[in-house]
Design a binder for this molecule. Structure first.
Ligand SMILES: Cc1cc2nc3c(=O)[nH]c(=O)nc-3n(C[C@H](O)[C@H](O)[C@H](O)COP(=O)(O)OP(=O)(O)OC[C@H]3O[C@@H](n4cnc5c(N)ncnc54)[C@H](O)[C@@H]3O)c2cc1C
Length: 397
């Protein structure tokens, strides 16, 4: 397993873009002073990402068959841009993948045509609002946002927090509970415009890291939405096709966190090698000290493992052997903590310089931490893996 020539060329072109278009603005982006959308739109234009996504969408809507998107083409930009910092791809992924995928999964044809093309082309900025102040890991069980039926539509009330792109989003997929005909509450979703009356949103929240990805709160008081904003087509977990698609979406999301982790680890390794060669202490470069070598070897071990996991994932997807959710969880769990540890080792190798805000490893250390929290915390990944292990009776899996 390895990257093909074509993939390596693609990576090189992405690196050139990141070096010329992202790196010079890194401090502005990672201080939160510059929202990420302009630079991301330049990437979309230069690599014609939106055009391809749109062609694929239109083919699906017309029921024409078209080759599936190459998963490596999705993961390689994530890896490359995460070398600068995983914030940009977080913002991009929520807007162009998580939000439109939810509409594609649960919307009718009209709703898909109305919102998905602008999200896929990054013409509009998307957000995906599930987490609430009192419901995070138990997002569905503890949800308080509520929709009630009124003449011509629904009234929505509730609050969401930690919403990526929340402060700037044009189109928001909002989850709320709605009583079904038997009076039982079911989680469902609605599409809101960012300027809909009754919706207020916070400024970007101050965070530990990931500053290039704006995160915010949303508050809804008696927000009226017409019935055609309700994404009601999803037939629920008993519908096999919707269940399979949901599994594929979760697996892809977890793979993208592993790709972000790889970008972080790669950059930490490069910077640490450079520094270990250049920094002289006790009359020698610190790279000659075995305790420093150990940290370098540990980062390389993380890089090697995470890259192999991603290559295996790509191979499975390409051969149609869809990874189980548990396999994707293993990958996310391992990759995220490996990235945090690698970034911590990189700071240690850089000593006091690594603690300075001017150092790239300082930023990557703060950024990496979120990989163990969002997209399902480490603990939730562990539960997912264990659930799967215990459900399958045979040890020969
Ligand atoms: C930068 C950032 C961006 C985000 N973007 C979005 C977004 O766009 N949209 C969105 O909807 N959400 C978003 N989130 C929210 C994210 O998905 C949640 O933070 C995450 O799911 C954890 O929920 P929580 O923060 O409420 O923690 P909690 O669920 O309260 O967890 C607190 C601790 O308890 C542990 N825990 C909880 N339940 C169990 C259990 N059953 N067993 C063992 N341990 C448990 C957790 O692992 C964790 O260690 C974002 C978060 C961050 C930080």
């Amino acid at each position: 397993m390895g990257w093909s020539e074509e993939q390596l060329e693609f990576r090189a072109s992405l690196r050139r873009f990141a070096d010329s278009e992202i790196a010079p603005s890194r401090f502005e982006l990672e201080s939160g002073r510059q929202p990420p959308y302009e630079v991301l739109r330049r990437y979309y234009a230069e690599f014609q990402v939106g055009d391809e996504a749109l062609a694929r969408f239109q083919a699906t809507m017309d029921d024409r068959s078209i080759p599936r998107a190459n998963p490596a083409e999705i993961l390689l930009p994530i890896i490359e841009f995460s070398r600068q910092g995983p914030g940009l791809v977080t913002s991009l992924g929520v807007s162009t993948s998580l939000a439109p995928t939810s509409i594609l999964r649960a919307g009718n044809a009209e709703q898909k045509m109305r919102w998905v093309p602008d999200l896929l082309t990054f013409t509009s900025i998307g957000a995906w609002a599930l987490t609430e102040p009192d419901s995070g890991s138990d997002a569905f069980g503890g949800m308080r946002s509520r929709a009630t039926r009124v003449d011509g539509g629904y009234l929505l009330n509730g609050s969401k927090t930690f919403v990526t792109n929340g402060p700037y989003a044009d189109t928001i997929v909002y989850f709320a509970k709605l009583a079904n005909s038997d009076g039982v509450d079911k989680v469902t979703s609605f599409v809101l415009d960012g300027n809909i009356p009754g919706l207020s949103r916070s400024a970007p929240l101050d965070k530990m890291g990931l500053h290039s990805s704006p995160t915010g709160d949303l508050h809804l008081i008696d927000v009226f939405v017409e019935a055609d904003r309700h994404l009601a087509t999803n037939r629920g977990p008993r519908d096999r096709s919707s269940h399979t698609r949901a599994r594929a979406t979760f697996a892809a999301e977890r793979a993208s966190v592993a790709a972000m982790s790889l970008g972080v680890i790669e950059r930490c390794l490069e910077l640490s090698i450079e520094y270990a060669r250049a920094r002289i202490q006790f009359g020698d470069s610190i790279g000659t000290f075995q305790l420093v070598q150990e940290m370098l070897a540990r980062i390389e071990m993380a890089r090697y493992n995470v890259e192999n996991m991603l290559l295996r994932y790509l191979q499975d997807v390409e051969t149609g052997d869809r990874p189980t959710l548990a396999a994707a969880s293993v990958m996310k769990l391992y990759a995220a903590s490996a990235a945090s540890q690698a970034a911590s080792d990189a700071v240690q190798i850089h000593g006091g310089s690594g603690y300075m805000a001017s150092s790239h490893v300082e930023q990557l250390f703060r950024d990496a931490r979120v990989l163990q929290i969002y997209g399902g915390t480490d603990q939730m990944q562990i539960l997912e893996v264990a659930k799967d292990l215990l459900r399958v009776p045979s040890v020969n899996r």
